[in-house]
Design a protein around this ligand. Structure first.
Ligand code: FMN
Length: 322
């Protein structure tokens, strides 16, 4: 072999996958079992078969190898917390999770992208893993975006333009050039609004798909990296009026995504982002960066720095608005 285990694992990490949580029940003790697995894949359409592999070292490996039924849950891009929870070794993973039991007593986790209810079809030896093949008996699905796992990090899938999209865009831009007569197109304000719109509409759609409202995203983005802000600073950074902000903050705090504190005898409340809040929007930061890169493709690094400086200059030379 010309590679070691670490190199092999890292090389395989380049193959982006979805993330699933697979659940079952221990036959004798009735213990509910669940684990995160990205080894899930499709096998056959007729009969409908899927597979995944479980490491023989896992606490739950024997249960899965012998379980007659199991449910596969394909996670959405806003369920990193579930992936992390079910990647813990052993222990009660269900106490903080919304689920019901199906007719076989197997947990069905709520609000996932897709759920596949399976009957065990076969188990094969796969070196240090067991390969479990399941026959899908029923399924439930939503339109939510699936969570992606790539090179050891969570991500969300963002469709890339195909060569035909690029051709259509360049044709439209040439036609625009030819028929261009409006002085509007030379107005900075028009170009700012148009570029903002074209970037923000798909981005905001991704935010909503991830289960967050735009105000919630703005607050969590401001608190990213577990930052602490006064209400006034948060209101200014998120463009949300203070009284409306309090409702958004209360909902986020109830979900463990931010905390309120009061320093010493200061009357002012401070808001701090939590680790869960940070993780909840990490994929949106990554998506924003990818969209920005694509939108500025072809522009040199210096022009991008200059553009950012010019935008800051506009902010400095104009009055803040509530
Ligand atoms: C994104 C992700 C994907 C994973 N995929 C698998 C997998 O396909 N098979 C596997 O055996 N373990 C996988 N794991 C690790 C298990 O989830 C982990 O070993 C867990 O502790 C098993 O649960 P148990 O010890 O309670 O049985 C994955 C972990 C993560 C975070």
């Amino acid at each position: 072999m010309t590679f070691d285990a670490r190199e092999f694992r890292e090389a395989l990490g380049a193959f982006a996958t979805g993330v699933t949580v697979i659940t079952t029940r221990e036959g004798e003790t009735d213990e509910l079992i669940g684990m995160t697995a990205s080894s899930f894949n499709s096998v056959s359409i007729d009969p409908p078969l899927i597979l995944w592999s479980v490491t023989k070292d896992a606490y739950s490996s024997t249960v899965f190898e012998t379980a007659a039924f199991f449910n596969v849950h394909i996670l959405t891009s806003s369920q990193i917390h579930l992936s992390n929870k079910f990647a813990e070794a052993g222990g009660d993973k269900f106490s903080s999770v919304e689920y019901t039991l199906d007719e076989n007593g197997i947990p069905k986790i709520a609000n996932v992208a897709v759920r596949l209810d399976c009957r065990q079809w076969a188990v094969y030896d796969g070196g240090d893993h067991s390969i479990i093949v399941g026959e899908v008996m029923s399924l439930a699905r939503t339109k939510a975006d699936g969570l992606v796992f790539s090179n050891g990090s969570y991500a969300s899938a963002y469709p890339l333009p195909t060569p035909s999209d690029n051709k259509a865009a360049s044709k439209a831009s040439n036609e625009n050039q030819a028929t261009r007569f409006s002085p509007l197109e030379d107005l900075l304000l028009y170009n700012l609004s148009r570029s903002y719109r074209q970037l923000s509409v798909p981005f905001h759609a991704a935010v909503r798909t991830s289960g967050l409202s735009i105000p919630e995203w703005r607050v969590l983005a401001s608190l990213h990296g577990k930052a602490t802000h006064t209400l006034e600073k948060l209101a200014s950074q998120t463009f949300i009026e203070q009284f409306a902000l309090v409702d958004t903050l209360a909902a986020l705090r109830d979900n463990g995504l931010c905390e309120f504190t009061q320093e010493g005898k200061q009357p002012e409340w401070l808001v701090t982002g939590t680790q869960s809040g940070h993780e909840r929007v990490q994929h949106l930061f990554d998506l924003g960066a990818a969209m920005e890169k694509e939108a500025l493709a072809g522009a040199g690094e210096e022009s991008v720095v200059e553009l950012t400086q010019l935008l800051r200059q506009i902010t400095d030379n104009t009055k803040p608005v509530a």
